[in-house]
Ligand binder design. Sequence first.
Ligand code: FAD
Length: 394
Amino acid sequence: MDLTPARHAISGLVPREVWVPASAEAVAEAVRECAAARETLAPWGGGVALPHERAPDRCERALVLGALDAMVSYEPDDFTLTAQCGVTIAELRETLRARGQELPLEAPGEERATLGGVLAANASGARRLRFGAPRDRILGARFVTGDGVLARTGGRVVKNVAGHAVHRLLVGSEGALGVFVEASLKLLPLPPSRAALTHGADDALLGDAARWSAFPRRECAVLTVLGPRAAPSYTVPGAPFTIFTGFEDDAARVADGVRFCEGALGASRARRDGHDVPPLWRELAQLEEREGTRLTFTSAHRTPDAIAFLAGHAVAETLVFHAAHGRLHLWPAPQDAPALLALAASHGFTPIAARGVALSPRPSSGATRALRVRISDALDPARVFALGDRWRER
Ligand SMILES: Cc1cc2nc3c(=O)[nH]c(=O)nc-3n(C[C@H](O)[C@H](O)[C@H](O)COP(=O)(O)OP(=O)(O)OC[C@H]3O[C@@H](n4cnc5c(N)ncnc54)[C@H](O)[C@@H]3O)c2cc1C
């Protein structure tokens, strides 16, 4: 692990110091020390996403959670697990796979991405609609507030109704409200059967709404569209778009899904089954970390025809659209971003994240902003978290 400050810059903003606490108590101590010095810090997981995010106004310290990587308890019979938040997603996956279980999340760079980072971003991959996001899987957590209190929220078991679900509030708070040190999660059994189909699509097929209309009822685990240069090694050569469709269930339902899909789209160009399928979902998650100016949108659209308006646009070359849950990633030339934002908005796509260009603040109501400030006042009264401004302004 390279612990130099230069390796912990956020879009060029280099912290003065890098701290690597070895225990939850040491995390609390570090936050208290930072608050007392009236300085700010950013929690760091594996650093997959953070170096590319918009720099805050100041950040004197990087708080690296990598040393907190222990598995605290694993109860396969109850489908629950508690782990420290510096553990990597890849390590969790291997532990669970040995018992025929999974935490159904894919993150870019999963060999480095940590549980804490994925929880803080509420990040998940192409299977989000079918299997849920981190906020759906968390049961409880230990975390450190901005005034350095080591707190516990929720529990370690599924049936737990005590207190407010602060752990769910912290999921997606992007290191702005607290530092996750430990989390309890509910797991799933590995699906008995999986299949992934690859189809090429031209503009006409992509835009054929009638053909896609039955897909949402089929509950595909994945329905993802790639532009021809999104990932050359597995897009269909010569096709303007490549479609990946995934089914995960008992064998009869998977076979039924495959029949339906090939009936609607024709014979597939490639098919993967069983253990060969999850690596493909991880490769799709990895595409999100492509270099360059990136715009990420959410939408209520659930079928590929929703992006037909991009056919012929330069940005279609590298697009990634997880149609099952309406998440679109585009990598425009920086000067094209404003026009693209307007075009996408006119087709029902709302920007939720950007790299390399500034998004105008979301038009959240005054009441929402006031609530964010009150939450932040309660959890981070000294404003020690460097990324707090960004969260409060959203
Ligand atoms: C706003 C945002 C939204 C994202 N949405 C998605 C998505 O939907 N799907 C997807 O696949 N990927 C998404 N990502 C990428 C996602 O961050 C990475 O997949 C994953 O978080 C990387 O893990 P990491 O450990 O490398 O985190 P880092 O890159 O180190 O940090 C990511 C964020 O998490 C915070 N953080 C890290 N560890 C902790 C901790 N222990 N406690 C509190 N905060 C912590 C950081 O301060 C930072 O804000 C998103 C990233 C961001 C910043």
